[in-house]
Design a protein around this ligand. Sequence first.
Ligand code: IVH
Length: 691
Amino acid sequence: MTVDAAEKIDELRTQIAHHNERYHTLDDPEISDADYDDLVRELRALEAKYPDLITADSPTGQVGGAVVTTFDSVEHEVAMMSLDNAMDGDELQAWADRVVKGLDGASPIFVCELKFDGLAMSLRYENGVFVRAATRGDGTTGEDVTVNVATIADVPDVTGGDGPRPDLLEVRGEVYMATSAFERLNERALAAGDKPFVNPRNSAAGSLRQKDPAKTAERELSFFTYQLGKIETGTGDKDLLTHQGELAYLGSLGFPINEHVRAFGSIDEVAAHCLHWQEHRHELDYEIDGVVIKVDDLGQRDVLGVTSRAPRWAIAYKFPPEERTTRLLDIQVSVGRTGRATPFAVLDPVFVGGSTVTMATLHNREQVQLKDVRPGDTVIVRKAGDVIPEVVGPVLSVRPPDLEAWIFPDNCPACSNPLVQPEGEADTRCFAPDCPAQRDQKLSYFASRGAMDIEGLGEQMVEKLTAAGLVKDAADLYSLTIEQLVELDRVGQTSAANLVAEIQKSTVRPLPKFLTALGIRHLGPAASAALTESFHTLDEIMTKSIDDLAAVDGVGGVIATTVRNWFDQGANRAYIEKFRSAGISFGDPGAATRAAQERASVVQTLEGRTVVVTGTLAGFNREEASAAIASRGGKSPGSVSNKTFALVVGDSAGASKMTKAESLEVPIIDEREFVRLLDTGELPGRYAAEE
Ligand code: IVH
């Protein structure tokens, strides 16, 4: 057992040393930070299990990379430590428990800062004058990058403030590149025909290692201060007792302090704060990969102390990784309802951004060529901002030799007809009218939420129905019987009955839903609604000319032409008639007209006013309440602002909107008062305007 463990530990140490070099020395990592962290965690877990196997030079006891020799070395007077990580709420709680225990039960104030994804930097000031900047290096020895850091506008040349200048001051913080600066840099790189940079962190690192500081100056680097390293004052010790006090002091000297520093008295609040930033990280103009939590009281910090690599009084809560490396197993092509052939990556399953990813779109032919990803490559997979995973690119340094470039197929994988890329278009398509992939995708789209909303009719059920030959087009759905459905694989009596009922329910969907469900190219929900608003019935829409259709607000020439052409085809007209005889109502023909008439006759009691509704009302659901407000000329957005005329509060309303309304002195009314407001436009007496 121990022999196996010893071997594994050895292997992990070699791997970690290799990746340390790629990351810290060469600025060219082969694996994502998250994968690196996993290696370290695995090693640490093994060392915890077999303490005899721990060695002094194990990477778990050290801070990071070796020192590059091209810049002068700087010995840090106070070691630049690393931080331990908490990967989830439980690990955060466990850390807080250790802290409280270490403080004999006292509960500390926790200061939360964002964890900036840049490079740690130590800045030294003598008598208030900037004299040196050093990178972290291995924690004890870093590199002298003074001339380059001197070009960063955020780094003061001389400290400000009213008080005496400290004899010696060492300030720590993070050099980073703002996302917008990174985008500008890459635009310039592309325009100059250079290779784009991978991410802001790597470009910041590269910028600091420029031999020519003028180059660094062009890169628009920034700096946030997060720690006081050392201070010696001529007038005796500065009276600094807390981290918040230190930050305020550093701010007064002119160092940039991030605006999102917060202090909390409980770890639950800390956890909520971490989750908040996990969700909102992309609203910032710089990248963060977590939240750093620090004990505020410097005396308590002393009591807690440090380990060989990290302080016990701080922890980094790390967000789930958004980037991972994995193996690209294959590239396949899927064909959508309009015939578009989309290449996608089949991946060795990898946990990224909070879920396991097995596939990622590669968008189109050009994208695959540009990224030059090949089956067999190790690729970087990313899930940022939105939830859709993306393949960033291959890790070329580990590409096996002779890996062949992938070639877009000539034929549709579903029907074998040729795939064609029309002149001037980015997409490649299958134009075969009877392509089974297009048929199945059309059916799924027909049943989807934004269209006919048929519950229980997902992709798998569609495939079963078409494979059994029960359904050839969407109109066939309406003649399906329970008896037919129970014959299908793994479909029981109840789900068969439910599906038939759901299909029947969809016969009375409003006309815009049906129009959308037809899947006419370019005709989405908004244009379908606009057409219905103008022409009211399907029969009328079907007879309109391109000009009539294009004249509708929200329907341009492209949509008008495709709609006209679609209805001109005999097969499509027959398709509509098939729906008609299946009992589809095509919306209620009179409804749109009636709604317009109703609108015209309702007194505009809320003209130009904004009324927000929260909680559950007895007499209105959400849409009805919004419609009631809209039909009286008002608006009903989801949040309270100083423009809000009134906040309507129903049952089980959350406190946040009320608190906000109170602070902005927005009238808060109940349902009864809301009904009166709709009728008369008046607020209750307690809000009577002062004359
Ligand atoms: S405090 C002893 N605060 O995270 C405490 N570090 O793995 C030293 N970092 O090397 C670090 N934002 O580069 C601290 N608000 C913050 C930070 C931060 C980013 C980086 C820093 C450090 C690494 C720790």
